[in-house]
Design a protein around this ligand. Structure first.
Ligand SMILES: Cc1cc2nc3c(=O)[nH]c(=O)nc-3n(C[C@H](O)[C@H](O)[C@H](O)COP(=O)(O)O)c2cc1C
Length: 170
């Protein structure tokens, strides 16, 4: 198949191509996480697909809160936070924390290191202490030092081209 048949296009990420730039970024398939912390308004959560593995030694992970979010300040300042990798059957949690960060009227929530609220049933949970926060344009890059983990088996929740899906372990 040639480029025309595949609808290929080349462009610069300027104001006229904002939508195309977003669409291009969405071509990178990710998992879906919920990041939680203890804020001065109480337990706070946010759905995020910017999570990435960073370092094995020392054990570091990262994610990127957006400055557009009303929750940005709390996450940028958080001394402790937890990153929950969602299972396929936790799509509702992704929707929940994309809409409302303060509603923790959920079954099975416990408290972890640094008073951080912990959600049950995730594929992996990384309890982190703030390691560094770097500038990242309209986002910040938050690096966490992993203090404690929990894992379980199961299918993962994916996000690709604006749609949720399922990832099976091989
Ligand atoms: C699949 C998905 C991934 C998201 N990833 C991020 C992210 O990495 N960083 C971020 O700041 N917001 C992310 N969001 C948006 C937030 O979950 C939330 O919707 C946004 O902060 C809403 O703004 P508010 O805090 O002002 O209500 C994502 C939303 C969805 C549905």
């Amino acid at each position: 198949m040639d480029g025309a048949a595949m609808n290929e296009q080349v462009f610069s990420p300027d104001a006229a191509h904002e939508r195309d730039f977003r669409d291009a970024l969405g071509r990178f398939a990710t998992g879906v996480t919920v990041v939680t912390t203890h804020s001065d308004k109480g337990p706070l959560g946010i759905t995020a697909n910017s999570f990435a593995a960073l370092s094995l030694d020392p054990p570091l992970v990262m994610w990127a809160p957006g400055r557009f979010s009303r929750r940005f300040k709390a996450f940028e300042a958080a001394g402790h936070f937890a990153i929950h990798v969602l299972a396929e059957d936790q799509l509702w949690l992704a929707r929940h924390f994309a809409t409302d960060g303060l509603d923790f009227a959920l079954d099975g929530v416990t408290t972890g290191l640094g008073e951080v609220p912990l959600l049950p049933g995730c594929l992996a949970r990384f309890e982190c202490r703030r390691h560094a926060v770097h500038p990242g344009g309209d986002h910040a890059i938050v690096v966490g030092a992993v203090q404690r983990l929990q894992t379980r088996a199961g299918a993962g929740l994916s996000f690709f081209s604006g749609h949720y899906g399922r990832i099976d372990a091989g």
